[in-house]
Design a protein around this ligand. Sequence first.
Ligand SMILES: [Zn+2]
Length: 325
Amino acid sequence: MKIIFTVQEPPTFFHILDSLSQWDFHTRKPIQKYYKKRFGLSSEDKQFIEKYTKIRKEHGWGDLDSNFYPCKNFKQVETKLKEKLNKRELGTIKKVINHFYNNLHILYLESKIYLEKRKIILEKEAKKYHLNAIIKEIAKFYKSVNYPKKVYVHLVASPNKWKSGGGANIFPKKHITLEPQNIKKSHSQDIQLDLCVVIHEILHILEDNVSGDKWKKVKERLEKNKLDFWIFREAIADTLVPEGVLAIKYGLLNKEHIPRYKNKKIPSGNSDKYQYFRNSRFKLSALIYNLTKDKIRDKKSIFEGDYLKKCVNEYVKMIKNISLE
Ligand SMILES: [Zn+2]
């Protein structure tokens, strides 16, 4: 698999705008906070954000993302938006872009030089670690077939000190985003973490190319037990990378962190959706970590044997214990 890193303005623009709106709990609150402190949020700003949020919610993950992240410039963005939005929506989004353009352009220009530096380092380091060998192991683990041979990684700026993160909801599914860790410094552990995040997001692309209706069956089993399919999938992914078995196996991480997450406290899902999602996912990854380790050692797929059944059982036990607390 060929990994192509890019630095373009629309991805950063969209990433910050999306964070300003906070339309979903996965968007970045620290970015919104930073923007507010730096530029303030006038009532006019808030009106534009409200209009954006309404359209954004109607389209959900994977839709508008795909119109911005893969684009080199705003002309391309507009062409793509025309295919998805009706005239009224398009007009609104164009006004929103114009309204925030100056400030977001400043933030992009401030980060551009660092993003470009990081891009060069990542291109070099990606060769040093055997990323393709990791990707092959992941494909085997998920029984993934016909996955893309080329993947684009769009580097996006986080103007605050936000830790490394990524996203893979972009269609067509060969585009991912990366918020580089510690962008102004580039210590070797920052680069390693970036690569682990990239691999985690590539994992999601591989996961989506699982043959047959294997996930459907898993989803049904989870829903019968009122369990969250996405927490479950992320927990399994986390047992591999960014901090899991494969990160350690390939020298991208030298210490096992995951077992510690057994002690994570899970807040009520009503009080803080984001923390609930995060902590459930981390805790579950700790509970199933050894099961994954065995699978990787045996070079087996998760759909063989009773791995998934055991993982579901751990999830059920975890939820039961929470309600007892
Ligand atoms: Zn993920």
